[in-house]
Design a protein around this ligand. Structure first.
Ligand code: FPP
Ligand code: MG
Length: 258
């Protein structure tokens, strides 16, 4: 419910016309009803959460909601103008990874942790807390999910994804991992990133840089490293059908095309 609420708000923020191959909520019902619909879902989710009776879990999921907003705000912020080319790129990477945690991975990490708390998971013989492993699993899976999502924006059609693609992030002014990797091979990308791809022909040029560099395979490789880290966290748990299902889910994140 929190995820759906965030998408109702996101499609207003991004002025997105479609979602899941249908008109987005703002396109179908207008911005006011979409925002109120999202707020309503957040209220119902909070009530359902309180009913579970764990203050620790209520705090975790309340933090997820504020993290989603922090991530969205970070994404809106322009790149700091000072510094050399490589230090600007380093800063852009750091902000992108933190934004990715806040906007996407926090929900998966803290939800996984909450599940273990509610299920009464304790410590392993090694002394490691199961909820810490669940958090590490969700965090890495979430980062991998977003990295793959950011490649699909360049490699998958709008029809397959059910939402705008083919550089939709660039058109929103966003430099995601593929753009940041392409910047390493095409120095000129720095200027486009700084002006949020708003100049005439910027989006087309950025698309050329991305497709003529190793940006997409490198982003997928980074996603794979996070899936491996997620699976390493799982491996430390006792064998079970649930553990195997989570491992398969992690591998599917890399293989999805929509
Ligand atoms: C999708 O991102 C959006 C999110 C993961 C979170 C958006 C969060 C907010 C709008 C803050 C408000 C939050 C709440 C809880 C009401 P995207 O635009 O990269 O993905 P998309 O291509 O699927 O739209
Ligand atoms: Mg969006």
């Amino acid at each position: 419910m929190i995820h759906v609420a965030s998408l109702l708000h996101d499609d207003v923020v991004d002025s997105s016309p479609t979602r899941r191959n249908a008109p987005s909520a703002p396109a179908a019902f207008g911005n006011k009803l979409s925002v109120l619909g999202g707020d309503f879902l957040l209220g119902r989710a909070s009530a359902a959460l309180a009913r579970l009776g764990s203050l620790e879990v209520v705090e975790l999921l309340a933090t997820v909601i504020s993290n989603l907003v922090e991530g969205e705000l970070m994404q809106m912020r322009p790149l700091a103008p000072d510094g050399s080319g490589s230090s600007k790129r380093g800063k852009a990477w750091q902000e992108y990874m933190q934004k990715t945690y806040l906007k996407t991975a926090s929900l998966m990490a803290k939800s996984a942790r909450a599940g273990v708390i509610l299920g009464g998971g304790g410590r392993l013989d090694s002394g490691v807390e199961v909820k810490d492993l669940a958090y590490a699993f969700g965090r890495n899976l979430g980062i991998a999910f977003q990295l793959v999502d950011d490649t699909l924006d360049f490699t998958s059609s709008s029809h397959t994804l059910g939402k705008p693609s083919s550089g939709a992030d660039l058109r929103l002014g966003l430099a995601t991992a593929p753009a940041l990797y392409a910047w390493e091979e095409h120095e000129e990308m720095g200027e486009l990133v700084a002006r949020r791809f708003e100049g005439e022909g910027d989006v087309q040029l950025a698309l050329q840089y991305i497709h003529s560099s190793s940006a997409i395979p490198r982003t997928r490789e980074l996603a794979k490293q996070h899936v491996t880290a997620a699976c390493d966290a799982l491996e430390r748990l006792p064998e079970s059908d649930a553990r195997e299902a989570l491992r398969k889910l992690s591998v599917d994140v890399l293989e999805r095309s929509r």
